[in-house]
Design a binder for this molecule. Structure first.
Ligand code: UD1
Ligand code: CA
Length: 452
């Protein structure tokens, strides 16, 4: 059975009070519409059409992907009108309608819904609600068959007491849908072309309305304002941390870890409070992550330790390597196995060999640092001359005295040593001591100035 998916995303989102179109507001760093499109893609449809209106250009630019079609709905005349705008682009047997502001819809639910649609049946996703205010109500006959959807504003008091709400998500046979949409009228409380009116038409045509009920209301919850957006974010986070804990990760407090991307975690991983994981993060067995830490697009190998207050971006910690507290690992920072980076150390585009150490207060940029090399406190690689970046190469077992300035480009051979406070501007051969500082003079009998 071939499938087209139509995502409605033309609405303004007035209650967001935002310059950003509503569907671009993020849940876990990904736009709501991005979540919906990812779910749509998992179904491998023949096409995905996004109906855009308010902020159309911004929405198109934000998504910009070859597999998406964009259809402009110039005026928002209702959900039925919105779907009708996409119809000329569709050719498949079945049309699935999704909402750009309902981001947490699960692929399994959509798969189940699609099984309820064919030429004789329309699949409708409903939800049972304690408070169905605002939702279209599912009207059933005495046999329990769906006969219509009535919008809240058009409902009788009796209909308002129905707790089964319309999620808006449905799957319909395309050719019939085309006919129903062409017959919609806007003679209702809101003067809109309601997509929901096709239900009564389908019943009149002898189709069965086959409902699937969402397992939980949050999955089909839309965000109309920032309060609802925050609810969706919390719910999404809860799902993410539950998945991690099921796979063998200990979270000191599941409510104080945020996952804004894809996390692969091994067993016996320990994550403390206020940790934010962004992008693609790989965490192998036995890794420990201390509190108040941000880790973005990074890899932590077996047994690595990130102590408190660290910031890692596109970095890699080898087996048993450790960093922090208060370490900053910028893109291209790589610690080989058992390497150590301590407090107030910043690394950028720098590899620390196995067992190499930078214990405190250093900036190491564009550098290759050999195994077992020790970087003293206060060491700076001067990698930038104001126009270009240059590399520093250190061999194995080098010892950099405290407060050294290493002016790149420069190479230090295996076992080289620099005296504390040196400014190193020339290569140092293997095994040599380089001292690049003023020689100390002592002046005997020095008269200290007296206060006038
Ligand atoms: C709609 C349903 C209602 C359901 C509810 C679930 C209709 C008539 N009503 O009501 O039964 O319970 O969703 O949340 O369908 N949109 C467009 N173009 C338009 C109008 C809407 O793209 O012309 C988009 C909006 O951006 C939004 C979605 O369609 O993403 C739903 O529109 P909205 O106006 O929020 O519908 P509701 O009144 O909430
Ligand atoms: Ca709505």
């Amino acid at each position: 059975m071939s499938l087209d998916i139509v995502v409605l995303a033309a609405g303004q989102g007035t209650r967001m009070y935002s310059a950003l179109p509503k569907v671009l507001h993020p849940v876990a760093h990904k736009s709501m519409l991005g979540h919906v499109i990812d779910a749509a893609r998992s179904l491998r449809p023949d096409s995905i059409q996004v109906v855009v209106g308010h902020g159309a250009t911004q929405v198109e630019q934000a998504l910009d992907a070859d597999d998406l079609g964009f259809v402009l709905q110039e005026q928002q005349l209702g959900t039925g009108h919105a779907v009708a705008q996409a119809l000329p682009r569709l050719q498949s047997d079945t049309v699935l309608v999704l909402y750009g502001d309902v981001p947490l819809i699960q692929v399994e639910t959509l798969q189940a819904l699609l099984k309820r649609c064919d030429n004789q049946r329309l699949g409708l996703l409903t939800v049972l609600l304690d408070d169905p205010s605002g939702y279209g109500r599912i009207v059933r006959n005495e046999k329990g068959e769906v006969v219509a959807i009535v919008e809240h504003k058009d409902a009788t008091p009796e209909q308002l007491s129905i707790c089964e709400g319309n999620t808006g998500i449905l799957a319909a046979p395309r050719q019939k849908l085309e006919d129903w949409l062409s017959r919609l009228s806007n003679d209702n409380a809101q003067g809109e072309y309601y997509l929901t009116d096709i239900i009564a038409m389908a019943v009149a045509d002898g189709l069965q309305i086959d409902t699937e009920t969402a397992a939980d209301a949050m999955q089909v919850q839309g965000a109309n304002d920032r309060l609802q957006l925050a609810e969706l974010e919390r719910y999404y986070q809860k799902l993410q941390v539950e998945q991690l804990m099921r796979k063998g990760v200990t979270l000191r407090d599941p409510a104080r870890v945020d996952i804004r991307g894809e996390v692969q975690a091994g067993r016996d991983v320990l994550i403390d409070v206020n940790v934010v994981l962004e992008g693609t993060v790989v965490i192998e067995d036995g890794v420990q992550i201390g509190p108040n830490t941000v880790i973005c697009n990074s890899v932590l190998r077996r047994g690595a330790v990130v102590r408190s207050h660290c910031h890692l971006e596109s970095a890699e910690l080898g087996e048993g390597a450790d960093c922090g507290p208060f370490a900053r690992l910028r893109p291209g920072a790589v610690l080989d196995e058992r390497a150590h980076v301590g407090n107030f150390v910043e690394l950028k585009n720098t590899r620390m060999g196995a067992g190499a150490k930078a214990g405190h207060l250093a900036y190491l940029g564009d550098s290759e640092i050999g195994a077992l090399t020790n970087i003293g406190a206060g060491t700076i690689t001067c990698n930038y001359d104001g126009a270009n970046k240059h590399r520093t190469i250190m061999g194995e077992n080098v010892f950099i005295g405290s407060n050294s300035s290493i002016v790149a480009p420069v190479t230090l051979g295996d076992g080289a040593v620099t005296g504390a406070g040196s400014t190193i501007t020339a290569d140092v051969p293997a095994g040599a001591l380089a001292v690049g500082r003023g020689k100390q003079r002592n002046i005997e009998g020095w008269q200290r100035p007296k206060k006038l």
